[in-house]
Design a protein around this ligand. Structure first.
Ligand code: KG4
Ligand code: ZN
Length: 324
């Protein structure tokens, strides 16, 4: 079964094609250059760039995978959550091509798909826990199966990646700041500056805005002399806050598998802290390789595959769709 996954929810246009669970191609066109000069994502520019990229990217994906359109059995497309104008491009594209080729089109939740990236290289046993740590969300799920997700926690304020990006801006780093903060932190001492961790009692919810604000007040008081130490100390506070909630989740739901996804998991320091933490607790930890943690089409395709196996119905064809 060959499935094409289309992803345009934010600022990456991506087409991934899988055959069973093997990734044939996973092309990602980043809009980083377009938005970085504005210090944030400009929704109108994002949807225009998706519109320009989606057809040529799909054509390149077919070529690289060595297949033609008739060999695709089904399409999956992110239809939520995300920027409305960006989602609209992917959904309209998938609906149109699905209709033209008479192939089914499945709507996919972006957050569930980040976790589904773990299915590409692992056989998971359920129930499992899943944590998405991205620029727009920090969301904890209990998974009853490959496709049954129950939301059990989320951030009450900033998403984790959002906190990284805002601290990046405070440190005069380019947008999006996450990867630059990580790079800077490599040269710093994580124990130099006391950044308080955040912890919400009696809840599986997260909070990151306090950590971000602590960095802001540190800079206000002490200036920008030791940016590497600030970055390292911030990253440590963020990681400790995540690990504390991972422990809380495992206390309530003692599962064997903990799955992870989302752009912040591209951060090697955070990946390693999580892996070490869960190894001691003898939990199977699945963190996809870096490209599969970013927004990508292959994660959309693999979740589509499991929805099909579960007997889910495709979307009726509608070319003009306003995603909800
Ligand atoms: O999942 P993603 O690609 O898009 C959303 O669904 O939001 O996540 C993007 C987020 C951004 O906030 C970006 O700064 C962050 O992931 N990010 C990182 C790193 N690479 C990307 N954060 C920390 N360290 C990194 N190396
Ligand atoms: Zn994402």
């Amino acid at each position: 079964m060959i499935i094409a996954g289309i992803e345009t929810s934010c600022d990456e246009t991506s087409v991934g094609i899988i055959d069973k669970s093997r990734v044939l191609v996973n092309l990602i066109a980043s809009q980083e250059k377009i938005h970085s000069k504005f210090g944030g994502i400009v929704p109108e520019l994002a949807s225009r760039a998706h519109l320009e990229k989606i057809i040529p990217l799909f054509q390149s994906a077919l070529k690289k995978a060595g297949i033609n359109t008739n060999q695709i059995d089904a399409f999956g497309v992110t239809n939520s959550p995300g920027l409305k104008g960006s989602l609209l491009i992917g959904v309209a594209f998938a609906q149109s091509i699905g209709y033209a080729l008479k192939k089914p089109v499945y709507n996919i939740c972006h957050l569930h798909a980040h976790i589904a990236a773990c299915y590409l290289n692992e056989n998971i046993t359920f129930p499992a826990l899943g944590l998405v740590i991205s620029g727009g969300h920090t969301s904890l799920f209990l998974l009853k199966s490959h496709t049954k997700f129950i939301s059990i926690g989320k951030t009450r304020d900033d998403a984790c990646g959002e906190a990284f990006d805002k601290v990046g801006r405070m440190l005069n780093l380019p947008f999006p700041g996450g990867a630059y903060v990580e790079k800077l932190a490599e040269k710093g001492d994580e124990n130099k500056i006391k950044i308080p961790e955040s912890y919400i009692r009696n809840s599986l919810d997260f909070s990151f805005s306090g950590i971000k604000t602590a960095v802001y007040y540190h800079i206000l008081k002490n200036g920008l002399n030791n940016t590497a130490d600030i970055a390292a100390s911030f990253q440590k506070a963020i990681s400790n806050s995540i690990l504390a909630k991972i422990d809380d989740a495992l206390m309530l739901y003692p599962v064997n598998y903990f799955l992870f996804g989302g752009g912040v998991l591209r951060n090697n320091y955070i990946r390693n802290r999580i892996k070490e933490h869960l190894a001691v607790r003898e939990i199977n930890t699945v963190i996809p390789e870096s490209n599969l943690c970013a927004d990508n089409g292959a994660m959309i395709a693999i979740l589509t595959k499991y929805l099909i196996l579960d007997g889910c119905k495709p979307q009726p064809y509608r070319i003009c769709v306003i995603p909800t």
